[in-house]
Design a protein around this ligand. Structure first.
Ligand code: SF4
Length: 701
């Protein structure tokens, strides 16, 4: 009998609702869920091709130890024994989990509880570190909490939408569809796209500002200085709800217009036009994504943007606010449970003894890690230099996706004990594992995810678990039990984990923290099965879900005030004679991350069939490169070979290469092998943009 199941797309942070239909013959088809508030029935190319990615080719179906098939008990016993031995001999910080925004919140919750509460280390970090940790750090500096102040609807209600470091058309396509439709209905709405490339998103822009890489702090500092000088700030909002305005304006005013022009690569006329548009438009939303976050100055960029919204009081009201767009389906859920090495569960702060004590008592844990753990780049450095001796990688492929990927691969190869939980048997990372554990994929998983607008949705199973694959949370709980923590890991279902997570969010909270979903603390199996998408917070009692935060202050710093942060323009990370081009990396429309799923769909691969480098015609001519030539790209860290795409959409001096391909899909195409392991000093997020490289026509040896 055919059945339809409501679930959520596993790709980007828009978090679209999907209806999966399983026919009498077992064939699966998908369509958008018209009732889901993220997409109202829309899907993008990736979402519509989900049914084409569900075959079992290449699936990891049984646990393996050293390349041979093993039973679950033997594999879990070995993982528990090796982790316990490392902890006994070298201390809790000798082990680490590297997890993923692909995990469901329930998986993340158990991973975090095991590492921070019972192993007693905070060495759990996530590939979301590569995606949005600068936004988290910027939110916490400004608001005292990691709170996204608005909702998707604000993009439709705005009179001006500024998209900076965001190729919305390709990276958050359904949100782009919503924005395009809103602009078609209200042609007076203005859109500004700030990006070194003239992307597809720029096609609907009234103004495209081809900013120099890392010019964002200068641009938004210049905007703040302009707003202050022209009296276009909200004095009441500033004095009632914020602090730091004078210092932020002083820092922002250090560059005059000609100097701003040099720092941003924009003309004085372009700067004036943008500043004037922002100044004279009441309803402004500024969306930002990886072009802002993936920078050595990512957190400062985020705060430079937020400063402008705080100074004008344009936050928390319909059609207004800064808006961070998360890359992954559950980057936000990971933040909620403390999946980052510097955070605790339920948006609590690992560096606050009160919060550590609350979590410890709630969990009944012996002790909770008392200091932040290693963030992604530092974690793999610690693997490389032998400080980490046992590493568990879940649902991610760092040998392709981490900066300095060759060095990361060497570190993993040399690590004494590596566990990989995945759905794919032969990823670039999995082939170096001592133990492989088969996990559930989309359509088999059961749990929740949170999208960029704080909306929690269910991922529901509609396919049987293949082979011996089991949920990630179950694998973690079984290892925790075998390590001697049986009483803390008795969860029999994701519903029980979600209820515990919800209860912790309300535990001794009383409004001191933003994240509170304790209305669901008593949820049972049937209610969890029927859970409809909702935006947090949903505290216990009658308070409704909150669409927006901060229209009337009530920030989460102890004094209730937001902070405008004085940020300085970073020194340019320039190209040089040896490496004369600036490389930016990013996504393409139809592939996802390292292509382990989207690579299965011929339709999706038909959009862009191979890795490429976008290069400006004059740069191509200067380097002796013609369209469709093979090009060697080199940095001090590594090399890749990709196809030339000569286009004036790319600014001169800059190159763009997609991040998806790996050595399985094309020879020598792991672009992150070129990227330096440079990180933002506040967030620890790697700078995957603005990398000096050289390019030459490929010559076969
Ligand atoms: Fe999935 Fe994102 Fe596309 Fe929505 S926009 S269907 S969440 S990939």
């Amino acid at each position: 009998m055919a059945q339809e199941v409501k679930t959520t797309c596993p790709y980007c942070g828009v978090g679209c609702g999907v209806i999966a239909r399983v026919g009498d013959d077992g064939a699966v088809s998908v369509k958008g869920d018209p009732e889901h508030p993220a997409n109202f029935g829309r899907l993008c190319s990736k979402g519509s091709a989900l049914a084409e990615t569900l075959d079992l080719d290449g699936r990891l179906l049984h646990p393996e130890i050293g390349g041979r098939r093993a039973g679950w008990s033997e594999a879990l016993d070995l993982v528990a024994e090796r982790f316990s031995r490392s902890i006994a001999e070298h201390g809790p910080d000798s082990v680490a989990f590297y997890v993923s925004g692909q995990l469901l919140t329930e998986d993340y919750y158990i991973a975090n509880k095991l590492m921070k509460g019972f192993i007693g280390s905070a060495n759990i970090d996530t590939n979301s570190r590569l995606c949005m940790s600068s936004s988290v750090a910027g939110h916490r500096r400004a608001f005292g909490s990691d709170t996204v102040p608005g909702a998707y609807e604000d993009l439709e209600l705005a009179e001006l939408v500024v998209l900076t470091g965001s190729n919305l058309a390709w990276c958050h396509p359904v949100l782009y569809q919503r924005l395009s439709a809103a602009k078609a209905n209200r042609p007076e709405m203005k859109i500004v796209v700030i990006d070194p490339r003239r992307t597809m998103t720029a096609d609907i822009a009234d103004m495209h500002l081809a900013i120099a890489p890392d010019g964002d702090v200068a641009l938004f500092n210049g905007l703040l200085a302009h707003l202050a000088a022209s009296g276009a700030v909200d004095r009441n909002y500033i004095s009632n709800y914020t602090s730091g305005f004078d210092e932020a304006v002083a820092a922002a005013s250090r560059l005059d217009l000609p100097a701003l022009s040099t720092a941003t690569g924009l003309t004085v006329a372009q700067l004036r036009a943008f500043f004037r548009l922002f100044e004279t438009t009441e309803k402004v939303v500024t969306c930002y994504s990886q072009g802002v976050n993936q920078s050595a100055a990512g957190t400062d960029k985020v705060n430079a943007i937020i400063n402008c919204h705080l100074a004008t009081g344009r936050i928390g009201r319909p059609g207004m606010g800064p808006f961070s767009l998360t890359g992954q389906p559950n980057a936000m859920g990971g933040r909620e449970v403390g999946g980052l090495a510097n955070m605790l569960a339920a948006h609590m702060d690992i560096e606050k003894s009160l919060h550590r004590d609350q979590v410890r008592r709630f969990w009944g844990a012996p002790s909770v890690a008392s200091k932040p753990g290693l963030k992604a780049v530092d974690m793999f450095r610690a693997v490389a230099d032998g400080r980490i001796k046992a590493l568990w990688i879940m649902a991610t492929n760092p040998v392709v996706s981490m900066p300095d990927a060759d060095a990361v691969e060497a570190a993993i190869k040399a690590c004494p004990f590596v566990v990989v939980s995945d759905i794919v048997r032969d990823t670039d990372t999995a082939r170096h594992a001592h133990v492989l554990l088969p996990s559930l994929g989309w359509g088999e998983k059961d749990g929740t995810v949170t999208n960029s607008e704080r909306r929690i949705s269910r991922q529901r199973p509609f396919l049987a678990a293949p082979g011996e694959a089991r949920p990630d949370w179950w694998q973690l709980a079984e290892v925790g039990r075998r390590m001697g923590f049986a009483a803390a890991f008795t969860h029999g279902s994701p519903a029980v984990i979600f209820a515990e997570h919800a209860a912790l969010s309300g535990f001794e909270n009383e409004g001191r923290r933003d994240f509170d979903i304790s209305a669901h603390a008593e949820i049972d199996g049937p209610a969890y099965d029927g859970l409809r998408p909702f935006q947090w917070p949903q505290p216990q009692g009658s308070a409704p879900q909150k669409k927006r935060f901060f229209a009337e202050g009530a920030f989460y710093h102890p004094d209730g005030r937001a902070r405008l942060v004085a940020v300085e323009v970073p020194r340019p990370r320039s190209a040089n004679d040896a490496f004369p081009f600036t490389l930016n990396t990013g996504r393409v429309r139809d592939h996802w991350h390292t292509m382990t799923r989207t690579g299965k769909s011929a339709r999706l691969s038909g959009h862009l069939a191979e890795p490429f480098v976008e290069i400006h015609p004059r740069d191509a001519q200067g380097a002796g490169i013609s369209d469709a030539d093979l090009v060697t790209l080199e940095s001090p860290h590594g090399a890749a070979i990709v196809r030339a795409l000569v286009t004036d959409r790319q600014a001169e001096g800059n190159l763009f290469v997609p991040m998806h391909w790996n050595d399985q899909f094309a020879s020598k195409a792991r672009i992150d092998a070129l990227v330096a392991p440079v990180t933002d000093p506040v967030s620890g997020q790697p700078a995957s943009k603005n990398m000096p490289v050289r390019a030459s026509r490929f010559a076969a040896a």
